[in-house]
Structures are given as structure tokens and as C-alpha cells.
Design a protein around this ligand. Sequence first.
Ligand code: ADP
Length: 293
Amino acid sequence: MSEPITASELAAALEASRREAQALRDELEETNRGVLALYAELDAQAEQLRHATELKSRFLAYMSHEFRTPINAIRSIARLLIDRVDGPLTQEQDKQVGFIQQTAAEFAEMVDDLLDLAKVEAGRVEISADWFEMVDLFSALRGMFKPVLTNPELTLVFEEPQDIPRLYTDDRKVSQILRNFISNALKFTPHGEVRVGASCQAERVTFSVADTGIGIPPEFHQTIFEDFSQVESPVQKRLRGTGLGLALSKRLAGLLRGEVAVRSEPGKGSVFSLTIPLHLDRVPAADGEAARG
Ligand code: ADP
């Protein structure tokens, strides 16, 4: 049998474990303070990052806005010259002013895209949802592209939307994304067809723009949706662009709670798609149409 524990031994053991507990508490408190300090540092860094992003967006927005006035002036003067308002032009002068006009138009497009991107990043893009019919959207797009369809070897087809209910979303943003897909498809398809369609599945609608153009190698399928990204190819060098359209489309799709995607095979063609909910949040029920959708 073991010796009985005396009162003084018990007191000493208790004191030892109290001291141990105190040491543990101190250690824990210290760790806690360390964690809190780390959190504070992380918060400060996140704040700095937010500030830097905000500054970048403000700078982009400001710069793009300031660029608009001189670009518009260049475009107006080029138009006056081409319209011979100030007298005749030689054939060569006509060609050169034509170049100025085309370059200024590309520059204006880039500035518009940059401004839009900056606005999206700064959270300043307003989404304004309303009810609309797919047929109306397609016919507006058809009208917009008719004047630019100058290649006789290329056709642009809008499929008749089948069984697509009315949509409740921001039709202008949808149109902006599809316009970008379609103008890319027309640009990168020397001959054949560009086909625009839509299908509906599980409360979501998928718009697709399929072309029979040059296609995109698999290693570029992700990167083309990043800012200023273009595929390296000899064809690309002839066809200028900003490399911002798809990045903007991706961000706009996100604002519509949807996503963009691409399937493509070099030499065969590409299919760009946009999938969004049929109804963006907060469908007004009083509309009377809401139940039918
Ligand atoms: P941009 O067309 O102004 O260069 P985008 O962001 O719209 O910029 O497109 C990025 C790149 O993706 C294009 O430069 C091109 O290399 C590639 N791309 C986009 N659409 C197509 C398409 N339909 N067929 C082939 N390549 C495409």
C-alpha cells in the first residue's frame, strides 16, 4: 500500500498545478495577442489593397473620361474632311483621313471599354432589370449588325428563339455582351457563318454565338477572358482590337449572376456562350406578368 498523502504535499501539488495553469493562461493570452496583432495587420493590408484598387479604378475612369473629348474632336474633324465640307480631297488624302477616322474609332472603343471596366471594378455599374422578350433583343441586334456585314462570304444568322419565356434582367448588359461576342465572331471568321441562338434550362438561359472561324488554341481558352489578352497569331496581328471586350463581358455576366464560357477548336471555329438566370433577383410581383414570367 502506498503512503497516505500529507496535507502539505497536497497543498504543494495544488500550488504546482495552479502555477502550471497560470503559465498556460499567460501563454494563451500571449498567443491571442499575437493573433489579434496579425488580424490587425491583415486588415490594414486589405484596406491598403482596397485603397489601391479604388485609386486604380478612379484613375482609369478619370483618364478614359478625359480622353473622350479629344477623340470626339478628331472624329468630327475627320468626318468634316471626308464630307468635303472644306473643299475637295485627293484620293490619297481621302484614304489617309479614312485611316485617321478608323484609328480614332478604335481608340474610342478602347476608352469606352476601359471606362466600363473601371466602373465595374469600382462597383459603380448600375444593374437595371426589366421584363423583355428575347425576339426583341435579337431583332435589335440584327438591325445593329446589318450595316457592318460587308463580307459577302459570311452570313449572320439569328435563330428563332424556341419556348423561351420572357426574361427579367438587364437587357442592355445582355446586349453588350452579345454584341462583343458577335463582333469578335465576325472579325475572326473569314468565311462561313456566325449563328446566334438561345436555349433554356432549369430557370437559366444560355445564349450562344457560334462561328466557323479561325478558332482558338486550348491554352488560350482561359486567358482570353483576362484584361488586355489576345491570342498570338499572324491573323491576330492584322485584326487589331483592345483585348478588353471579353474581360468586360465576363465581369458584366457576373453582375447578372451568370457566367461566360468558350468552346473552340483551331481551324474549325468557336462557340462563346453566356448563361444567366431567367429572372434576376427582386422580380416585381405587382407587375401581373411575374407569375407567367
Ligand atoms: P479584342 O477582340 O478587342 O482583341 P477581346 O477581349 O474581345 O478583345 O478578345 C480577346 C481575344 O480573344 C481576341 O483578340 C482573339 O484573339 C480571341 N477571340 C475572341 N473571340 C474570338 C473568336 N470568335 N474567334 C477567334 N478568336 C477569338
